[in-house]
Design a binder for this molecule. Structure first.
Ligand code: ZN
Length: 76
């Protein structure tokens, strides 16, 4: 079951320039780089995540709370 209405997913898609979350997910589902967003309630930090570089993402945000869009949607 995909969760396409998660507020963080909406924010992430909008940040990447997508009006439709479905379009956002379709474009990135097969890609090697996936946008990620911080899941902390008071932070909307985004970054582009390569699957083998999760450590770099934590540094970008300063907290271990970055989650990629596909994971938030339940697709990965
Ligand atoms: Zn953050």
């Amino acid at each position: 079951m995909f969760k396409l209405t998660h507020p963080k997913l909406v924010t992430l898609a909008e940040t990447e320039g997508y009006a439709e979350i479905a379009d956002f997910l379709e474009d990135y589902a097969q890609g090697s780089i996936v946008p990620a967003i911080c899941m902390a309630p008071d932070c909307d930090h985004t970054a582009e995540l390569e699957p083998d570089q999760r450590a770099d993402f934590r540094e970008a945000c300063g907290r271990p709370s970055m989650k990629c869009g596909l994971v938030i949607a339940g697709m990965n």
